[in-house]
Each structure stands twice: as C-alpha cells, then as structure tokens.
Design a protein around this ligand. Structure first.
Ligand code: ZN
Length: 315
C-alpha cells in the first residue's frame, strides 16, 4: 500500500501531568493531569488504533502480527519502538531503565529501555536530571540512602530544540515545565530511585525500586555527546540526531517541499509543528501538528509540502 498509516493517540494520566497536550496539539485529554500521549505504540499497555485506510480499526500490534509486509518483514517479535509526547507539568521521578538482558531475565521478557528526547518546548530556566556524580556503586548507594540528592544528581539546563540520547542504565528525570517528544524501545519498565516524597490524592507514595535501580545504573555516569549532522537546502533541512543500536532519529524541517523515497523497512513520523500536505503515489493527506503516522515499506516516492516540522525515526 503506497499510503501513510495514521494512528489515534492514547493518553495516560500522571501525578506530574498537565494540559499542554490539549493546549498545544488540541488533543481531547482525559484530565488536567495528562502526562503522556502514546503516539506510535504497539505495547500491550497502550497500542494505537489505525484511523485511516484499509486497516482502519486495527491496532498497531495486530498490524505488526498480521501484515509483516508493511514493515519490510523486519526481524523482531514485536514492534520495536514507541513514540510518546510527554507533558512534564511537574518533576518526573528520578529513574533508570534496564537493558535488554536484565529486562528479559527480570521483567518477563520485556525489552530494555533506551530512549531519547527532543525538547519541543520548555519554560525559561528549565532543567533535566541527566546522570549523577557517584564514582562507585557503594557511593551511589550511600548517597541514595542518606538522601543526598543535591550531591548525587547531575542537573543540565535545557532549551527548545535540544536533543538527549538516554541509553539504558542512565539515571534521569524530566523536570517541571518540559514538553518532549520521546523515541524509545517498546518497553514500559521504570525503576524509581526518588519521587520527592510526593503523595497522590489518596495520600500514597509511589513505589521505589532501589535494589533493581542500583543493579542497572551505570556508575560512574558516562556520556557521549554526538553532534547532530545537518543536511540543508533552501526547501528543507534534515537533522540526524542519533544513529544508534536501537533507533535512528531525525528532524525534518520543511520550508517549501521535501521529496524523498522511502527506503527503510518503515518510518515513524510525528508532526511537532506547522502544517502541510503529504503526497504519495496513492494518497494525499493534510498534515498538522499532533499528527502521527507510519510510512510503510515500499511506499515509494513521496513529498511533503508546507511549512512543517516532523520528528522521524526508524529502528
Ligand atoms: Zn525514562
């Protein structure tokens, strides 16, 4: 099929969520504590439903199982990636995710979670927690035990347009006032290290997972910062933020027109700003911010016209 596959977003309420998903993208959110939009997901905790074309009404998980030809017969027992938009109206817990091997053994065959963030927008002076200052696991454990969070946690200032690659084992937290597009492995395993002693409406604190967190956190923190590669013409710019084991992530900035041939097994695309039109051999679709779609295998040539920005990824 030489046409894009559009997906309906799914929303998850969170203690730290807000209303930006409605304010910015016009989504019909369930409450004023909506933290996550699962935009392109086949994960059992939230699989998106196709909203157009011959596969309308199927979940992405069903599509992956029953129509491998759409994904170039990509070798994986499940759809490997998950795209989210996150509204951190308050600080997220300080957390870490396991790698594939640890998750397979300790979390019923889940994938590990390497993720990355494109900062769509943030408040003036916003920060994230990215890494830590402990030199050994013993030091890490005692800083956690003694609650020496200011000594332990590494804070990094952020600005709109920044990109962070967050391999499994990296201690991290998105902080208040951050609006992010996350591309990650299709996994929902989080080990919480610190939740600011917050309580929910019922007075309960969320569970911490200190033992597992200590087992998977990389100590000392390591960080390789890759410079993004940018290819620019008058009509568009393509930025490659990361090309790693689990995913490659790009930003497409279209000013007039982008013409391409879809040569990957499949692409995940999210419109983060602007509007335009996507033409393929068999279809024509208006695009606007907040749209999410897959460009399947053998889509062939396509064009995007307009003034529009997308985050695009493939495994
Ligand atoms: Zn995370």
């Amino acid at each position: 099929m030489k046409a894009p596959i559009f997906l309906k977003p799914i929303f998850h309420e969170k203690i730290w969520g807000g209303t930006r998903l409605q304010d910015k993208y016009g989504y019909d959110i369930p409450s004023c504590r909506t933290g996550e939009c699962w935009a392109i997901s086949a994960h059992p905790n939230g699989a998106n439903i196709v909203r157009n074309g011959p596969y309308e009404g199927l979940t992405l998980a069903e599509l992956w199982q029953n129509h491998p030809e759409l994904f170039g017969h990509f070798k994986s027992d499940r759809f490997p990636l998950l795209t989210k938009i996150i509204d951190a109206n308050d600080d997220l817990s300080v957390q870490v995710h396991p790698d594939d091997e640890y998750a397979r053994t300790n979390e019923n065959g889940e994938l590990g979670k390497t993720e990355c963030w494109y900062i769509i927008d943030c408040e003036e002076g916003a920060e994230i927690i990215f890494g830590h200052h402990a030199q050994t696991k013993e030091e890490f454990a005692s800083m956690v035990e003694e609650g020496r969070w200011n000594d332990l946690l590494q804070r990094v200032p952020i600005a709109p347009g920044d990109f962070f690659y967050v391999p499994s084992g990296t201690l991290h937290a998105l902080c208040k006032g951050t609006f992010v597009l996350e591309t990650q492995q299709s996994s929902d395993i989080t080990y919480r290290v610190y939740d600011y002693d917050r309580r929910d409406q019922d007075g309960n604190k969320r569970e911490l997972h200190l033992e597992k967190a200590l087992a998977v956190t990389i100590v000392p923190h390591t960080h390789q910062k890759a410079e993004p590669a940018i290819m620019k013409t008058k009509q568009f710019a393509i930025t490659t933020f990361v090309e790693e084991r689990y995913f490659t992530v790009y930003k497409w900035d279209v000013h007039e027109e982008l013409n391409m041939i879809q040569e990957k097994p499949f692409l995940l695309a999210s419109v983060i700003d602007g509007q335009g039109v996507l033409h393929t051999e068999d279809s024509r679709n208006a695009l606007q911010k907040g749209d999410h779609f897959i460009l399947p295998y053998e889509l062939g040539s396509f064009s995007i016209k307009g003034e529009i920005q997308l985050i695009v990824s493939h495994p």
